[in-house]
Design a binder for this molecule. Structure first.
Ligand SMILES: NC(=O)c1ccc[n+]([C@@H]2O[C@H](COP(=O)([O-])OP(=O)(O)OC[C@H]3O[C@@H](n4cnc5c(N)ncnc54)[C@H](OP(=O)(O)O)[C@@H]3O)[C@@H](O)[C@H]2O)c1
Length: 121
């Protein structure tokens, strides 16, 4: 029995876990819309795809817009991996409000369609 790998949208696909998932989907013959905040940093992703029929790099400003662009490009999506995000380490009483809010914006609200924004450094 052949199981189709299908078409995946993976946010944060330029590096880390998102890149590894994308690489495996591409290796198995699936199609990947790789949503990245800096399309200039997508060379590694392009290096493992056989061509534009298999990989579509989409700028990541919000998950909703990436979904729409990826669906328009490939004609549909089978799997969404909402991977883009980051960890925030620190004591609650030492964290600034904007640092905590930024974590929730990126790691929670972006996944339900709000705009992504850069983490506070
Ligand atoms: N690794 C772990 O042990 C672990 C544990 C628990 C949860 N997680 C979560 O799993 C996911 C992947 O982890 P990882 O270890 O692969 O992390 P990583 O190597 O730091 O990669 C994070 C990815 O998310 C993207 N990203 C981060 N902040 C963003 C923002 N504000 N807007 C758009 N994209 C953003 C990064 O894009 P750029 O390349 O542009 O920076 C990168 O592609 C993250 O959400 C992380 O919080 C990881």
């Amino acid at each position: 029995m052949t199981i189709s790998v299908g078409t995946w949208l993976i946010t944060g696909a330029a590096r880390g876990l998102g890149f590894e998932i994308a690489r495996e989907v591409l290796r198995r013959g699936g199609r990947v819309a790789g949503a990245v905040r800096n399309p200039m940093a997508s060379d590694a992703l392009k290096g493992v795809a056989r061509g534009p029929d298999q990989l579509f790099v989409v700028p990541l400003s919000s998950t909703n817009s990436a979904v729409e662009r990826a669906r328009a490009h490939f004609g549909g999506l089978d799997v969404l991996v909402n991977n883009a995000g980051y960890g925030f380490l620190g004591a609650v009483e030492e964290a600034a409000d904007e640092e905590v809010e930024a974590v929730f914006r990126v790691n929670v609200f972006a996944h339900i369609g709000r705009e992504l924004s850069a983490p506070v450094s």
